[in-house]
Design a protein around this ligand. Structure first.
Ligand code: NDP
Ligand code: GDR
Length: 335
């Protein structure tokens, strides 16, 4: 009789599991039959921390572990307990604007935190595959009109500088210790689960409020900044694909289309049947000490090697976010 092969359940550990990407990635991995473990930092408001996971109806399916990216011993303990096949390091102080107010915290969490995670993996789970959430912000003051894996970096914020350190540490651990460590250089990706302080969600929430008569104006900063915006649901697929490859590598993930904040805004107001010029105000408070004027990614390497392509158009993304915000605000008003 031949040997019986048992299908084993893969175990994944996600840091930043309560964030936008953590929620969609958890949903994806659960749908693939993974055992999903999440690192959660302790909060006095525990009832709101897993709101995104509850929104997707998966909170009860995530095995939660207390931990903080700044605490190496805790990370080692969690890795020892979970013994994951795949580790996705998504946790970060991820709001660029805040990084000027809290540069050292951003450095500790977004930069050193990633190094802590790599070190914990090297010590406790060296066979695990590792994903680092790198960012198009690393291109900052762009050195080429279209950015790919070979474009030089020029970070323009404490956040971007911290991400660049984490990025190079990931490459370094791959080359020094042979870790299967990949870095996804993801361009902006949004969804109804996007944090309210980021410009896209601020816009769809603001337009929904105006539509429902809850507000009259929407205050924004630099409307001329241009971004390559995709849907988070499509982008977490790319993270998973990177860890299914025989060899680890770095990949740009982007749509290849860039539009200004103004154009994004106009799309949202148009969808609501409103005129943005009647409602948008410019407020200096939302300007940045240094701006990333334009980002546009070339994801050909991901398309060729991973077979990845984005599925959601910008128009559909705006529509989905706006509808979700109108529904959400409507439900709050009914309470
Ligand atoms: P979010 O801001 O939505 O989520 C960040 C997550 O990190 C949250 O779960 C947060 O927990 C957690 N976190 C923050 N500090 C710590 C800490 N000290 N210890 C443990 N966990 C912590 O980010 P996104 O989901 O949008 O992004 C995921 C990752 O991808 C981030 O690293 C981000 O910088 C990066 N990225 C994002 C892009 C995007 O467009 N969305 C593009 C490129 C990169 P809590 O809920 O408790 O606050
Ligand atoms: P970003 O996202 O900085 O690109 O980082 P954000 O949505 O904050 O800003 C995008 C652009 O919009 C301009 N802007 C405003 N931004 C905010 N937040 N609020 C405003 O009122 C406003 N008005 C104009 C900004 O100046 C900027 O040019 C996101 C984060 O998810 C990072 O973690 C990630 O690494 C990058 O995307 C890729």
């Amino acid at each position: 009789m031949g040997a019986i092969t048992m299908a084993t359940t893969k175990r994944a550990l996600i840091t930043g599991v309560t964030g936008q990407d953590g929620a969609y990635l958890s949903q994806l991995l659960l749908s693939k039959g993974y055992e999903v473990h999440g690192l959660l930092r302790r909060s006095a408001s525990a009832e709101v921390v897993d709101a995104r996971l509850r929104w997707l109806g998966i909170a009860g399916h995530i095995r939660q572990h207390d931990g903080n990216l700044t605490d190496l011993s805790g990370l080692i303990r969690v890795l020892r307990e979970v013994r994951p096949d795949e580790v996705y390091n998504l946790a970060a102080q991820s709001f660029v604007k805040s990084s000027w107010q809290q540069p050292l915290l951003t450095g500790s969490v977004t930069g050193i935190g990633a190094a802590n995670m790599l070190e914990a993996v090297r010590l406790e789970a060296p066979e695990a595959r590792f994903y680092q959430a790198s960012s198009s912000e690393m291109y900052g003051l762009i050195q080429e009109p279209v950015q790919s894996e070979t474009t030089p970096f020029y970070p323009r914020s404490p956040y971007a500088a911290a991400k660049l350190y984490a990025h190079w540490m990931t490459v370094n651990y791959r080359e020094s210790f042979g870790l299967h460590a990949s870095s996804g250089i993801l361009f902006n990706h949004e969804s109804p689960l996007r944090g309210i302080e980021f410009v896209t969600r601020k816009i769809t929430d603001g337009v929904a409020r105006i539509k429902l008569g809850l507000s009259q104006t929407l205050s924004l900063g630099n409307l001329d900044a241009k971004r390559d915006w995709g849907h988070a649901r499509d982008y977490v697929q790319a993270m998973w694909l990177m860890l299914q490859q025989d060899t680890a590598d770095d990949y740009v993930i982007a749509t290849g289309r860039t539009v200004s904040v103004r154009e994004f805004c106009r799309l949202a107001f148009d969808k609501a049947g409103l005129d943005m010029d009647d409602h948008v105000r410019i407020d200096e408070r939302f300007m940045r000490p240094a701006e990333v004027d334009v980002l546009l990614g070339d994801a050909s390497k991901a398309r060729t090697r991973l077979g990845w392509t984005p599925e959601t158009t910008l128009e559909d993304l705006v529509g989905e976010m706006l509808e979700a915000d109108i529904r959400r605000l409507g439900m709050q008003a009914d309470r």
